[in-house]
Design a protein. Sequence first.
Length: 208
Amino acid sequence: MAKIPLTNMEGAVVGEIELSDDLFAAAVSVPAMHLVVRSIRANKRQGTKAARTRTEVRGGGKKIYRQKGTGNARHHGSRAPQFRHGGVVFAPKPRDFVVAVPRKVRRLALKSALTCKARDNEIIVLDRLELSAPKTRLMAKVLGNLGSPRKALIVTNESSEQLLRAARNIPGVTLTHVGSLNVYDILAHDRFIITQDAARRAEEVFAS
């Protein structure tokens, strides 16, 4: 079991917590992480872009000049791609960018990402995370006490509207809960801050 210092909101170490080796000391698979990150980024694309081909643009039904004798190229109409107001060659059409990833690969990638954070000493485990009010300055003070860099991912056991309102205006800080944890968010932030309850919950859900 990997031992991580247990820290309070004032930044003081109040003990140690043992984290599951199956989740925080697993075999790292870079290809799995790459595939999952590519899948997450691709799935965020709307796929609504579209343009018209030469068969869809309006006009151009009349032949612009005779076939022979002009010295110019032979053209059927004025809506060919090389003309103004013409169609688009290989025009983009609405499509689905979803990249399917097997569940086992997603689980392997998540374990790999958490293991990388643990190996690089970029994990901070909090005994609790509670604010007296949904104020940005209170969350900023906690992050300052923890010595957290600008880009930090905060993971709680459950979704909290109060914590969300306190953290959403801090640049580079993302607040999520265990149920929404993903590989892209873990790797995109310099520090992984998780509460003690959330760590136990993550072990129950993902360490299998």
